[in-house]
Design a protein around this ligand. Structure first.
Ligand SMILES: C[S@@+](CC[C@H](N)C(=O)[O-])C[C@H]1O[C@@H](n2cnc3c(N)ncnc32)[C@H](O)[C@@H]1O
Length: 267
């Protein structure tokens, strides 16, 4: 992260917010907030908040921006988040070392960050530590690629066009897709009573090219990956034909992208 300038981090975060968040994360944020039963007056923390899509939903439900906090390791994401919602407590930091006292929050949520954490049990223990007794924890991760025809196709196409390293980077966000593994991760992290709940939502991009650009501009720069215009065009064309059964009349691409939610209550 530190190798990139703040300007590059912010530009990438703003692309992420524009191209990826509406397609993949807006509806999920509502679903995570429902699962966590966020109520007026709750104090809520969103870990790995990105540009803050879930933090903002949490703030709305608590009824007061000052009751919501969002933490992320990427200052570019936080700059976009702060610009959109200045009243929320945005913090730069690592999930593995949360800068709050024990028993600070009624609810801790996190969507699609856990797979990137270097020390996952430590991060989950931290989330539990900052929860009050009776507090609710909901952590969402993607199901595996086998259950996700859109990104399965994208991985295969990019392996061909851009090489195995790029395909491997794109496989990584789907690495916590096995519910049994998630369950044992929870046990290892002291969340013995956690449930794993699977939600089978569809996601929708306006077209296949936007789906490619969401990766290429929204996070590939963080992984040092670049694709030229010709490679982007080829990927978009091949995605359109491979995913023909998922292309709607208006050209949008809509496919199943299931997710698992870890759901626990602190005893
Ligand atoms: C796929 S994004 C999801 C962001 C956001 N939750 C959303 O729904 O848009 C993953 C996020 O995890 C953050 N992240 C990765 N490792 C982290 C860590 N160890 N601690 C905190 N945030 C982390 C990244 O900076 C990124 O913003």
């Amino acid at each position: 992260m530190s190798k990139l300038s703040l300007q590059t981090l912010e530009k990438t975060a703003s692309n992420y917010h524009e191209l990826m968040v509406p397609a993949l994360f807006v509806a999920r944020a509502e679903q995570v907030a429902d699962q966590a039963n966020i109520k007026p007056g709750d104090r809520v923390l969103d870990v790995a908040c990105g540009t803050g899509v879930l933090t903002r939903v949490a703030a709305e439900r608590t009824g007061d921006n000052e009751l919501a906090a969002g933490l992320d390791v990427n200052p570019g994401m936080l700059a976009v988040a702060e610009n959109l919602s200045p009243g929320i407590d945005w913090r730069e930091g690592a999930a593995e070392e949360l800068p709050w006292d024990d028993h600070s929050f009624d609810v801790v949520v996190s969507q699609f960050g856990l797979m990137f954490f270097e020390d996952k049990p430590r991060a989950l223990r931290e989330m539990n530590r900052v929860l009050k007794s009776g507090g609710r924890l909901v952590v969402a991760v993607f199901d595996s690629l086998e259950n996700n025809p859109g990104y399965k196709a994208m991985v295969e196409i990019l392996a061909d066009i851009a090489g195995e390293d790029v395909a491997q980077a794109l496989r990584f966000p789907f690495s916590l897709g096995d519910p049994d593994e998630l369950k044992s991760l929870c046990k290892k992290s002291g969340l013995d009573s956690a449930e794993i709940i699977t939600h089978n939502n569809n996601v929708r991009f306006p077209d296949a090219r936007t789906m490619v650009l969401a990766d290429v501009k929204g996070w590939f720069p963080l992984a040092g990956i670049t694709l030229d215009d010709q490679e982007i065009d080829e990927a978009a064309d091949r995605l359109t034909s491979t995913l023909s059964e998922f292309i709607m009349d208006d050209g949008s691409v809509e496919f199943p992208m299931p997710a698992h939610f870890i759901s626990a209550t602190k005893t």
